[in-house]
Write a protein that binds this ligand. Structure first.
Ligand SMILES: Nc1ncnc2c1ncn2[C@@H]1O[C@H](COP(=O)(O)OP(=O)(O)OP(=O)(O)O)[C@@H](O)[C@H]1O
Length: 305
């Protein structure tokens, strides 16, 4: 084990199609100011999980900062789950859904400040079909949109917007979902079933306004139709959505099945078509540095060590 405390910075060089030099310089400066040594690891897209695990064992960093998109954040969260190592996010992807959800500020300077701050929150993670979900997974129309977005050349919100109309027209829904929770079985029909640990999609749509990221439960939201007025409401901070538009089930675990296969995504990554998934919450399993304002707005109590 090394004698000085380490910060590990994990950089995905291709995320968001942007250079990361200013992030690396900013983190290097801040780490030095605070008396840490900095270890940098660049992902390769190959065996990143086992390489990161080896670095964690060798350097025992106090914090791991991630400069990448949602895919890289998920990968790092998977390595840090059930440890006491803090994860900080420096969003550098094309859509950055998790950063939108955690209200990470816009500038790199502010993001680095948050990533090094002592506003720490132990958040729940979900395990869905053996994969980690920090944010939102879904079956149906949004997953179809993620698939079409991934295969298109235009990135960012514009890319999502441009894919939305053909996706709506060509969608395979509505779907009949059978949802088995710990105590009950529900039969529901909808165009989109979301499994939400967090509140917002990467587009900013606040689909799960009452959800808390550290309450030991998650929400299953079944959207029944494309009601544009209700969709516009989700752009507000605290939308009251009609029960004609969405049904909400809160639970700790669930098995969800459909007769016909349906598109499936976790945290912005398209994972093919499935007819059954299992989801379970792992309460307070990841320690994250988040903005003070995020804790205040959602009445979260900090989990400072
Ligand atoms: N050095 C690399 N070369 C090629 N691909 C890489 C490399 N490092 C990571 N990857 C790939 O990058 C993907 C993850 O990208 P990530 O989600 O972080 O960024 P993004 O796609 O730009 O952002 P977002 O998810 O916010 O749209 C994974 O598929 C991973 O395999």
């Amino acid at each position: 084990m090394k004698s000085k405390s380490y910060i590990l910075l994990i950089v995905n060089p291709i995320a968001g199609d942007s250079e990361k030099d200013h992030i690396i310089e900013g983190v290097d400066y801040e780490a030095a100011q605070r008396g840490y040594s900095l270890k940098i690891f660049e992902t390769t897209g190959g065996d990143d999980v086992s390489q990161i695990q080896d670095i964690l064992k060798e350097y025992h960093p106090e914090r791991v900062l991630v400069a990448g998109g949602d895919g890289t954040i998920s990968l790092v969260a998977q390595c840090l789950r059930n440890s006491n190592i803090v994860m900080g996010i420096i969003p550098a992807g094309s859509a950055n859904g998790m950063a939108v959800n955690f209200e990470i500020p816009e500038t790199v300077e502010e993001q680095i400040e948050v990533a090094f701050s002592d506003c720490l929150l132990k958040v729940d993670t979900l395990i869905i079909n053996d994969k980690i979900c920090l944010h939102i997974a879904d079956l149906g129309m949004n997953a179809e949109l993620v698939k079409n977005y991934e295969s298109s050349n235009i990135r960012g919100k514009l890319g999502y917007f441009l894919q939305s109309i053909p996706t709506i027209i060509n969608s395979g829904g509505p779907y009949d979902f059978s949802i088995q929770t710990e105590n009950e079985t529900f039969e529901k029909s909808g165009i989109l079933l979301a499994i939400a640990n967090a509140n917002k999609f990467g587009t900013g749509a606040n689909i799960n306004p009452k959800g808390k990221i550290n309450d030991g439960i998650f929400e299953i939201l079944i959207f029944k139709n494309l009601d544009f007025i209700e969709i516009l409401k989700t752009l507000q901070d605290n939308p009251e959505m009609s029960s004609e538009f969405v049904d909400i089930i809160s639970t700790k675990k669930a098995i969800i099945s459909t007769k016909k296969k349906v598109s499936f995504q976790i945290d912005g990554e398209f994972l093919g078509e499935v007819s059954e998934i299992t989801a379970a919450v792992k309460p307070k399993s990841l320690l994250m540095a988040v903005p003070q304002e995020y804790c205040e707005m959602h009445n979260y109590t900090k989990d400072n060590q």
